[in-house]
Design a protein. Structure first.
Lengths: 168, 261
């Protein structure tokens, strides 16, 4: 039952992220910056999840969803999201911290790491990968720092509704 | 199977998929239509907002430009107003000066209209007869003009008629001036045309120059046209200018007699 709940939760949030990215964040007001909210979802999920294997599989599934819905290179997000989940899961166990600020901090850090990874791939292999940011990296980073706590706050609320409440 | 082993298998599978996709640039797009349908209204909204904002910006820009131009024009207008005031004062001054200096060319003469009733164009006798004579207090030496210019002089008066010596007669002599060079000379006739005699040699005269009366002898006022120079003859002591008169001596009908007041 829990597995299905988590699955539905991830599916629902992924849908919300897709809608957000294609509606609000496609407005000129945001300077065409489409934040990679899937990473934040994975980070947040990694803090919640206790089963490493299940978490890894589900984060791979989120990556798969992103890959097939956003016209990315197939496998890129499957690999990245599962890797992020794994690292955050290990970090969480080592640092024993589940605070909101730590989540935000981790989310921002991993987003930056992902950015550099994708940027490296595009420059090394000279392939066209959809970059979720604008050319101006500083703008992108600042925007991400602003958006991360807001998004994580709402995601936590949804998480409580979906998962934590039913557990208790 | 151990959990960790399974994890390693999954990880390697992911890694393999990733590299396979990267190597072959595999792209699967299921959500294109769906995402497009979601984002369409927002994109339209975005388009309208941006077009509105750009039009507003353009309007603002044009408004600023118009304001700048208006300021410029205001400054220019002020300058022009100042100049206009100056010109008005100058105009007043010039009018006053004109009033002071204005000389009516005909103020000394009374104009009497007359009709040509006869004439002769014999050699050394180019004259016409008009229908006004002593009954109009006409005397010898009265100048005669018409709409073309100088016609001649009254040389003989009768009770009801007068004899006018035409300017083409060799006996006709008046003082004339060439306005372009301001040189005086004596105009006389040679039956067909006129000759301006005693022009100084040290000046340059051109063909087509206008010849007008000088007003020195009080027979004619200043500036009545006589003819134009069409030939210049240089002589040892002076220059002669052959002048074609404006009047048509064979078709004279009405003339004006300039009687002194």
């Amino acid at each position: 039952m829990q597995n299905i709940r988590i699955f539905l939760y991830l599916l629902f949030v992924s849908f919300i992220i897709l809608v957000l990215q294609n509606t609000i964040f496609s407005l000129k007001f945001f300077a065409n910056i489409k934040p990679e909210l899937f990473t934040l979802l994975i980070v947040n999920y990694a803090f919640y999840e206790k089963n490493k294997l299940r978490g890894y599989a589900y984060s791979s599934f989120v990556g798969f969803l992103e890959d097939i819905l956003t016209n990315q290179i197939f496998g890129l997000n499957i690999f990245l999201k599962s890797l992020i989940f794994l690292i955050v899961f290990v970090l969480k166990e080592k640092l024993f911290s589940n605070s909101f600020i730590f989540k935000c901090f981790t989310g921002i850090i991993f987003n930056q790491l992902e950015f550099w990874f994708i940027y490296g791939l595009t420059s090394i292999f000279s392939i066209s990968i959809f970059l979720p940011f604008n050319d101006n990296f500083v703008n992108y980073s600042l925007f991400y720092i602003l958006i991360t706590p807001i998004f994580l706050y709402f995601i936590n609320k949804i998480e409580k509704r979906f998962l934590t409440k039913n557990e208790s | 199977m151990n959990k960790n082993k399974l994890l390693v298998v999954l990880f390697s599978l992911n890694f393999f998929i990733f590299f396979y996709g990267l190597y072959n640039e595999v792209r699967i797009n299921f959500g294109e239509q769906f995402l497009y349908s979601i984002s369409k209204p927002f994109l339209l909204f975005n388009y309208y907002v941006t077009s509105l904002s750009t039009s507003f910006k353009n309007k603002l820009k044009t408004n600023i430009e118009i304001r700048e131009e208006l300021d410029k024009l205001k400054k220019e207008n002020l300058k022009l107003k100042e100049k206009l005031i100056q010109f008005k004062s100058l105009e007043k001054d010039s009018l006053n000066l004109k009033k002071i200096l204005s000389v009516d060319n005909f103020f000394e003469f009374k104009k009497i209209n007359a009709k040509v009733i006869g004439g002769s164009n014999a050699l050394y006798q180019s004259f016409v007869i008009v229908d006004k004579g002593e009954n109009f207090n006409l005397q010898n030496g009265i100048g005669v003009i018409n709409s073309d210019g100088v016609v001649g002089l009254i040389v003989e008066t009768f009770v009801t008629s007068s004899k006018i010596l035409l300017l083409t007669d060799p006996l006709f002599q008046i003082d004339v001036v060439l306005p372009s060079s301001m040189q005086h000379g004596i105009l006389t006739g040679n039956n067909e045309d006129c000759i301006v005699k005693f022009l100084p040699n040290n000046k340059i005269y051109r063909k087509g120059e206008l010849v007008v009366t000088s007003g020195l002898n009080y027979i004619f006022p200043y500036g009545i046209p006589v003819g134009f120079v069409y030939k210049i003859v240089k002589k040892p002591l002076y220059t002669e200018a052959i002048v074609k008169p404006f009047i048509k001596k064979y078709s004279l009908d009405y003339v004006v007699l300039l009687r002194k007041k």
